[in-house]
Design a protein around this ligand. Structure first.
Ligand SMILES: [Zn+2]
Length: 277
């Protein structure tokens, strides 16, 4: 998974220290990020090479990571590239995870520039990772939305569905609603999307998914009752199917918890895991 960078390598410890030479710089222009080097595995600029006004966001591998507060034109040798695409494709997991997490924070800071309650300009807190309204005192923390993803099995087969806007089959997933436990979300989402009841909902693992400001919480579950025809949520789901292990569409990469859940199902059914999927 994209967040698996090694024990203690990523640290979200809060700091108000200024950047020093050699710290990593994240300069965003909307969804684009400033880099240099090859387009396949671009390199992030270091503080010192560039010296914009910036603030600390986290540490990666013991090195301070800073977001530029200035929108800077790309100097010679540098270029802007799409940040989510870089994070999906970069061969170095630490760079990938740092970029998508910095992008998540950048989007959040920009969307909280003004207080949602009174409209005054907000400030970054000096004591924690938060945006504070100096006028009414409202405190806003980084946007992290919990969502479940579930591998539902029945009779040795795995349930997968294809979104109306996508070409690939994937697992059932959806945001946690108010007043729900994660297990209730699993049951509701499967019922809403394909019209099936599930039982034996069991926690699997979770991951931060900065691409959509989400914390993905993975579960396995089993069909409750006999196999019945799907009732699809037409606004969202184009088709659903039960896949035998040998027919399961393999994940495109190994960065997401979806890949972990699919391979958990497959390895439990005797199929050996392939690298990087
Ligand atoms: Zn306010």
């Amino acid at each position: 998974m994209i967040n698996e960078v090694g024990q203690g390598v990523f640290s979200n410890a809060f700091s108000i220290e200024s950047a020093k030479e050699g710290d990593l710089l994240f300069c965003f222009k909307g969804d684009s990020i400033l880099v240099h080097g090859s387009e396949d595995s671009p390199t992030l600029p270091l503080y010192g090479e560039l010296t914009p006004l910036c603030h600390h966001i986290f540490y990666m591998d013991g090195r301070g990571c800073y977001i530029s507060e200035e929108m800077i034109a790309a100097p010679e040798g540098y270029y802007y590239t799409n940040a989510p695409a870089l994070a999906r494709n970069h061969s170095d997991r630490k760079t990938a995870f740092a970029v998508i997490t910095a992008h998540q924070l950048s989007k959040w800071e920009n969307s909280r520039a003004f207080c949602g309650r009174c409209g005054a300009k907000t400030k970054r807190s000096n004591i924690e990772r938060a945006m504070v309204c100096p006028k009414c005192g409202l405190i806003e923390y980084p946007k992290i939305c919990p969502a479940i993803i579930t591998a539902v099995s029945h009779d040795g087969k795995l349930l997968m569905a294809r979104n109306r806007h996508g070409t690939r089959f994937s697992l059932i997933a959806g945001f946690v609603e108010i007043g729900e436990t994660f297990e209730e979300t699993v049951k509701r989402e499967v019922m809403e999307e394909v019209g099936l009841k599930v039982k034996n909902v069991r926690y699997f693992k979770n991951q931060p998914w900065g691409f959509s400001d989400t914390q993905m919480i993975g579960f396995t579950a089993e069909l409750d009752g006999d196999e019945i025809p799907f009732t699809l949520q037409e606004s969202e789901i184009a088709e659903a199917a039960w896949f035998s292990p040998e027919d399961v569409p393999l994940p495109a990469s190994d960065i997401s918890i979806a890949s972990e859940l699919i391979w958990d199902f497959l390895t439990r059914h005797g199929i050996e895991r392939k690298n990087n999927t």
